[in-house]
Write a protein that binds this ligand. Structure first.
Ligand code: NAP
Length: 542
């Protein structure tokens, strides 16, 4: 829809549903709503579809799950006609795919681009949501669906002077569309999470000098990228239905990695080493799928962690740099595992230096330098690979108020509370796609998106059939779900890491473990059982 079209939109249009965000979640939600014969409007702040893959255009950006799985399953023709070129889709390829889907299902005509939703207030009499945008448009809807993404609110570091830097500053999550040429430049990268791990080798290959400022070393595993051979692709396509269903039967929603059956201590040291060697050679997430207890038992975890540290020490020539790159403050897998292509090797280059900012944080950023105590690191370009206000940031950024005038931000002040990660008590007719307390970020994201979109569509369909106009989770059901979520997390090692799953990367954010980690299989079974029990925990009214 063009700007002129948008301006022509009459104030106070009404839709059955308003969807916020046109990433993979918003696009499929729109498709489902339309197929149900409902009117829908999607607002998207970017000028195109694709969400994460629209914004994160930094060099080296690619998916860390194989694209044959990280793709929509809802349409078999789409599955068959799209040909992934590489094992792990690159950002441009994933964005092309998103655009293909938008064209193929004619989605754009209901999406208003370059428009941010500022507020969504629910009327206490009608129960309708009134949605206002930064373009000055106002629309109402019966259902408000937040497809705002889990990693879509870039986090700028709270460092003195960060805004005063006179060179070029880039955040990996807001990368310029035209790309960035670092040739001949002195570049500083702050952060060593997944984004940095992908970008650093690419920037180092171009820049005159690259200085990496690392606060916390992360575990990274070689992705072992490569082209996707046509015969492998076709063989997978031939059994796509089976692969998709198999994925739902796993904890992380990934068919490629079967569930392990043995503890790390059920085998001898030599056998364990051999199993880790094979997983390392395979690359990707394989190592985390070798034993049942890697995320449950600290000693078992340490065997895998130390195996990876040994690989780092083998790869990096300078023993001091290698030791700095060895993560020692969290169990492997409790922060999102990074996948890389020649990340550790990059530190063997003459034009790359690694600066530890753990004990002595960055003091300030000057017009042309990063300053740590009396040390001045002059740079031309600053790359902030400093992450996101994850899982709750985007929803909290919108002024959402329920029929009593309570804001979502206030009701989540001590951490998010949801029922199934799908709805929030006291916020009727408001839905989250892969919200906190769902497996979303701990699973193959598109699979979890499809599951949630289908549940929301089924919920709305049930309301139509019953003649209900209002649905909200009951408070006790939500409380029980939050307790269940915390109990499951506390049986694992996840809370041991200061991760974005815990909100620990955002100063002042409550430390609450947000994803549901009993696994996709368990979650899907629980949801099916709740639906079969007439949507237990949901309250419907006319
Ligand atoms: P991230 O994992 O949150 O990493 C942010 C980095 O910035 C951390 O190393 C953090 O250090 C550092 N940092 C933040 N503030 C700092 C400061 N003031 N001083 C020094 N260092 C600072 O963010 P991300 O790398 O963008 O990744 C976020 C998530 O996005 C990933 O976990 C993954 O789920 C997803 N992602 C996926 C892919 C993929 O599919 N291939 C690629 C990129 C991202 P601390 O650890 O000490 O806080």
């Amino acid at each position: 829809m063009t700007i002129a079209d948008q301006q022509a939109i009459a104030a106070e249009e009404h839709f059955d549903a308003i969807v916020v965000g046109a990433g993979f979640a918003g696009m499929y939600m729109l498709h489902r709503l339309r197929a149900m014969g409902l009117t829908a409007r999607v607002y998207e702040r970017g000028d195109g579809v694709g969400g994460t893959w629209y914004w994160n255009r930094y060099p080296g950006a690619r998916c860390d799950l194989e694209s044959m799985e990280y793709s929509y399953s809802f349409d078999q023709d789409l599955e068959q006609e799209w040909n992934w070129a590489e094992k792990y889709g690159t950002q441009p390829e994933l964005l092309k795919y998103a655009n293909h889907v938008a064209d193929r299902f004619d989605l754009r005509r209901d999406i208003v681009f370059e428009t941010r939703v500022d507020s969504a207030h629910q009327d206490k009499t009608s129960g309708l949501w009134t949605v206002k945008t930064d373009a000055g448009t106002v629309a109402t809807a019966t259902h408000l669906i937040l497809a705002t993404g889990n990693l879509s609110t870039p986090q700028l570091p709270k460092i003195d002077g960060v805004g005063a830097f006179q060179g070029r500053t880039f955040h990996t999550g807001q990368w310029p569309h035209e790309g960035v040429d670092f040739s001949g430049r002195r570049v500083g990268v702050i952060g060593t999470g997944s984004s940095a791990v992908q970008a650093i080798p690419k920037i180092a290959a171009q820049a005159a000098h690259l200085t990496v400022f690392q606060r916390t070393a992360n575990f990274s595993i070689p992705a072992r990228h490569g082209p996707l051979a046509a015969e492998d692709r076709e063989a997978q396509k031939a059994r796509y239905g089976e692969i998709r269903e198999a994925a739902y039967q796993t904890p992380f929603g990934i068919a490629k990695y079967g569930s392990p059956t043995k503890s790390a201590f059920d085998v001898s040291d030599a056998e364990r080493q051999e199993i880790y060697e094979q997983a390392w050679a395979l690359g990707g997430q394989a190592i985390m799928f070798t034993f049942t207890d890697l995320l449950l038992d600290a000693k078992a975890n340490e065997t895998a962690a130390e195996f990876v540290r040994e690989r780092i020490r083998e790869t990096v020539n300078d023993p001091e740099v290698a030791e700095l790159l060895c993560p020692k403050d969290h169990p492997i897998g409790t922060k999102r595992l990074c996948l890389d292509s020649f990340y550790y090797e990059t530190y063997n280059r003459d034009n790359v230096s690694l600066i530890n900012v753990k004990q002595t944080p960055i003091t300030r950023i000057d017009a042309n330098a990063v300053v740590i105590d009396s040390q001045v690191y002059e740079i031309d370009d600053l790359v902030l690979a400093t992450g996101f206000d994850a899982m709750t940031g985007a929803a909290r950024d919108i002024d959402i108020r329920n029929e009593k005038g309570t804001s979502l931000a206030d009701s989540w002040v001590a951490g998010p509370q949801t029922y199934l990660g799908l709805m929030v008590a006291e916020f009727p007719n408001m839905y989250l796609i892969t919200g906190p307390q769902s497996p979303g970020v701990k699973s193959q994201m598109i699979l979890s998106i499809e599951h949630h979109v289908d549940m929301i569509a089924d919920l709305i369909e049930k309301m139509r059939t019953d003649g209900s106009r209002r649905v909200v989770p009951a408070n006790p059901a939500q409380e029980d779900w939050v307790v269940e979520n915390n109990n499951v997390a506390n049986m694992t090692l996840y809370p041991a890491a200061a991760s974005w799953y815990m909100g620990a990367n955002i100063p002042g954010k409550p430390r609450v473990f947000m994803p549901y980690v009993a696994g996709v299989k368990q979650y899907r079974a629980t949801c099916a059982e709740i639906v079969a029990d007439n949507w237990r925990g949901f309250e419907f009214s006319p």
